[in-house]
Ligand binder design. Sequence first.
Ligand SMILES: [Zn+2]
Length: 252
Amino acid sequence: MNTAIFLQYHKVTTKFELGGTWTHPSIFKRHVNFVKKKGLSGISRDLLKSLTWNEEAVLFTFDDAYKCVHELAFPMLREAGLNGAIFIVTKYIGGTNDWDLNFGFKFSHVGKSEIRELHENGWIIGSHTHTHPDLLRVSEKKLKEELKVSRQILEDIIGDEVFAIAYPYGRYDERVLESALEAGYTVGFATHKGKAYPGLEHMAIKRRGVYAIDLTIKAKVDYIPLWSEFERGKEFIISKAADIAALLRKVD
Ligand SMILES: [Zn+2]
């Protein structure tokens, strides 16, 4: 399995929210143009499944599946000849982000018809579990349920196999990876953090987080001394905020 550039976004919107997990559409457009200019190629569904991409490949991924991703990011990527991957919290399909610590900033999630349209356009439709829990803190039974139910719901919507998953808050351990494999997933996405488990690398592929403050993705895509280290430091701090959000989640 080669490395490639896996970018992790959340919302592409002009609407401000406190969490910082959004990218302004004009900035997003710049990121897409940067990738195009560099001549990077996309990672199709089949390529992702076969785990045979090369270093010159890029995949824009979107966690939580907001409606704005379908409205704004999808047309921009399509115009550039690129696909994307979207990770869906299945209980909230067509709803709002009530599962999130949203500080009163409500955002809508994609509905079924939007999921189908993305799938028909070559997007990778993946699970982000059913209710977005911290998978490190749920029981064995709940873990299995979250993985199984979300996959089933998505497969029923698209009429196709769902093989990819992104772990909520980027939190996983060996138990989570093994359970995801057992539930039928063959590709798993983490954030930039988390332990590597030999033989399970394809179940915890690292991504570079892109946030509201990221006007450019240059230092995430290319290695630039000091600047790239600074980027990693920034992502580390932001991932700590994600850990806090995860710990504030009630375990049911
Ligand atoms: Zn999420």
